[in-house]
Design a protein around this ligand. Structure first.
Ligand code: BGC
Length: 745
């Protein structure tokens, strides 16, 4: 159990040497809901949720299903809030604090981060994920893992993979083409595995192209281990294993939670019957022992954590997570003055999401109390907003109104999806009534998934997006409202005008057990930009109490990277932090590509009247696309457009840069089309010189009322043997292709 060390064992293989196959199989499934089995010299460890706080059930509170209460722990902003910081350094510090709390609470593996892509705003679990963009999600996820693991606690990167809806999550198949999987849904995981080396990865409940993630050898072994070099334990999501034998064969190491030993017996029977290799069972057991060595290296029994310091960190993270969506007429920041605070979330804040990540906070800041603290001696009235007349009276007798709107815990949660993205109608009616009497009205939003904001934005001059901010969110909101903190959060997902505009609108949720990812890699802003659709607030958006100007963009190409340099000047009157975003695009690409995609970002704090230079390195892999022909990442040679902006739709500077590509020269075969051959200079010259007058194609005239050569472009060259009616033999064609391939290599 928690705190034990693998004392007598110095090497995983030593430990395994003493265990027979029955014991090795037993290591591969849970002892309880949250623990592994102690076997011989190998102690048990505890795995617990995650990701924005430690949900450690204790002693008598531990129930079979893991749904009873848990010990107090700091509730940091859930991923929906944390992602809006665009700040990996801060996320890493949150990770360190979470690692420290895990150790103090006797937890060896913390079940996070959740890095699934927000494919559709209706997914009930979007609050637990970072973004619609893989680079942002991956960079923040990697920072979280580095932080947690720096304290000797294992992270569990989840949910691997393509788990983007809650509806039918334990059966449905995510049907995704290879390029989309690689560029969007696997990309985040790849970034985290390569950059931060998590000690465990949690496979998801769903199927991918028909095969359960837990039984998917391509996913768990070929991609995760062989390509990305993952050297940790693959643990199942709780109850994700339908067939342990198939799962172990595919690369799963640990089935959670306990099965009472029944699946251990199935594994042994499969080995006896020759359906599963004994070495595969041993390999999984060695990995589990290695994990236990990693997490028990340091004795955690004496560890404790500083609840006050962690609350302060939770407040810092929440301050940075808040996005100022708009601020017409500089309604914000508020001066201490008579105020009306309206809406139930001001007194009972919505600060985390429902389900397995639910934390029992060490304390909770109430926004109304925190606003009162900063309003000085001025009166701050409060109306819950259920009685509109009372809210109107409060608003008209104040100098400004702060209206809290948002979604309740029941509206969105793990386990089910939303059917729409609207705010409750009563909330909009309340806002309309308040604004009629109080033009200086600020809306504060609390929600885990995106909500439709078109109406709110049309009414309110100022909007503050709090998403979900964790236990210290109340203080952080007050800090932003009164200007103690200059907001610098940025949206990590697009706010669409309507649900009908969303990329997966027609393919969500699953139907007859299958979800077609028909929008392919055009997810989030990639979709809205490609379709040129207006949005309510774009990806990367967020304003400040000061203003920034960008200038002097220089983009230079080096071997493995691009270097982007620019100047950011603070032309306003307050110190502020600016998140500078670099987008890449390739208008002349041979493959379909997004108009622009995030290729790098950095933030900089600038004092009023000052300027500073920002340097953002761009990795070549962030310019590549996944070639399904070559089955690898390819950087296309040619001209790239590099744009720098304050959001995906607020592009301030643009430059072009020409890169040398690394496209593979795939050999031509009989399946290559005439068009493909003619597009290659060497092949074109050879073909035209050989065919010359003996051309079987006839003239490129208009006998068919068309350009015959163009019509023939899509014909595989091998078919010409037949079409030429004996003029060109199979051997001649093979020689021709061999000759062309030799000249090109
Ligand atoms: C969730 C996981 C969680 C696990 C253990 C599952 O239902 O999908 O994210 O870590 O339960 O609570």
């Amino acid at each position: 159990m928690g705190g034990a060390t693998l004392a007598a064992v110095t090497d995983s293989t030593d430990a395994i040497a003493g265990l027979d196959l029955t014991e090795q199989a037993a290591l591969g499934s849970g002892a309880s809901f949250w623990t592994t089995k102690p076997i011989g010299p190998v102690p048990s460890i505890m795995l617990t949720d995650g990701p924005h706080g430690v949900r450690r059930q204790s002693g008598s509170a531990t129930d079979h299903l893991g749904i009873s209460g848990s010990e107090p722990a700091t509730c940091f902003p859930p991923a929906v809030g944390l992602s809006q910081t665009w700040d990996p350094e801060l996320v890493e510090r949150v990770g360190q604090a979470l690692g420290g709390e895990s150790r103090a609470l006797g937890v060896q593996v913390l079940l996070g981060p959740g890095v699934n892509i927000k494919r559709d705003p209706r997914c009930g679990r979007n609050f637990e994920y970072y973004s619609e963009d893989p680079l942002l999600s991956g960079t923040l996820g990697a920072a979280w893992v580095r932080g947690v693991q720096s304290r000797g606690v294992g992270a569990s990167l989840k949910h691997f993979a393509a788990n983007n809806a809650e509806h039918d999550r334990m059966r449905a198949s995510s049907d995704v083409d290879a390029r989309t999987l690689r560029e969007i849904y696997l990309r985040t995981f790849e970034i985290v595995v390569r950059q931060a080396r998590p000690w465990t990865v949690m496979c998801s409940y769903n199927r991918i192209n028909g095969v359960y993630a837990s039984e998917n050898a391509w996913l768990l072994t070929a991609v995760l281990r062989d390509e990305w070099g993952f050297d940790g334990v693959v643990v199942s999501d709780w109850g994700a294993v339908a067939d342990r034998v198939a799962a172990v064969g595919a690369g799963l190491d640990l089935e959670m939670p306990t099965t009472g030993g029944t699946s251990d017996t199935e594994v042994l029977e499969a080995v006896r019957a020759g359906r599963l290799d004994a070495d595969t069972v041993t390999r999984a057991a060695v990995r589990i022992v290695r994990l236990i060595e990693r997490v028990t290296e340091t004795d955690s029994t004496a560890a404790s954590f500083d609840t006050e310091a962690h609350h302060r960190l939770a407040r810092e993270a929440a301050q940075r997570a808040i996005v100022l969506l708009k601020n017409d007429g500089d309604v914000l920041p508020l001066a201490p003055s008579p105020l009306a605070v309206i809406g139930g979330f001001a007194q009972e804040p919505r600060y985390q999401g429902g389900g397995s990540s639910h934390v029992n906070p060490t304390r909770l800041d109430i926004p109304l109390d925190e606003i009162r603290k900063l309003a000085g001696d001025h009166p701050v009235s409060y109306a819950p907003g259920t009685d509109v007349a009372a809210a109107v009276t409060a608003a008209e007798s104040a100098e400004a109104a702060i209206v809290f709107l948002g979604l309740t815990a029941e509206d969105e949660s793990e386990g089910y999806d939303r059917e729409h993205i609207d705010l409750p109608t009563e909330q909009l009616e309340l806002l309309r009534a308040v604004i009629q009497v109080q033009p200086r009205t600020v809306v504060v939003l609390s929600h885990g998934g995106v909500v439709r904001l078109h109406d709110v934005a049309g009414l309110a001059p100022a909007m503050v997006d709090g998403a979900l901010l964790g236990q210290a969110g109340g203080g952080a909101l007050a800090d932003v409202l009164f200007g103690v903190v200059n907001p610098s959060g940025r949206l990590a997902e697009t706010v669409p005008l309507r649900l009908q505009d969303c990329p997966a609108y027609l393919n969500f949720p699953s139907e007859s057990g299958r979800t077609l990812y028909g929008e392919r890699m055009f997810v989030g802003y990639r979709w809205y930009d490609a379709r040129d659709l207006p949005v309510a607030f774009p990806f990367g958006h967020g304003v400040s109490y000061t203003r920034f100007e960008y200038s002097d963009l220089v983009v230079s190409a080096a071997d493995a990277a691009l270097s982007v340099r620019l100047t950011v000047a603070n032309t306003g009157t307050r110190s502020g932090r600016e998140v500078v975003q670099v987008y890449a695009g390739m208008p002349g690409s041979k493959v379909g590509r997004p108009v622009r995609w995030l290729a790098g970002f950095a933030s900089v704090t600038v004092e009023p009247g000052q300027r500073c230079t920002v340097e953002i390195p761009i990795d070549r892999t962030d310019l590549a696309y996944w070639s399904t022909d070559a089955e690898r990442w390819v950087v296309e040679g040619g001209e790239y457009v590099v744009s720098v902006g304050a959001s995906s739709r607020d592009i301030r500077l643009t430059a072009t840069v020409t890169l040398t590509g690394d496209e593979p020269l795939l050999p031509f075969t009989g399946e290559s089309t005439l068009g493909e051959l003619l597009a290659d200079p060497v092949a074109a010259e050879t073909i035209l010189s050989v065919l010359g007058s003996a051309s079987p194609f006839g003239a490129a005239d208009s006998a068919l009322g068309s350009n015959i050569l163009r019509m023939l472009e899509s014909v595989p060259i091998g078919r010409m043997v037949g079409f030429s009616a004996g003029k060109v033999s199979r051997e001649q064609l093979d020689d021709l292709l061999a000759n062309i391939n030799a000249q090109r290599s």
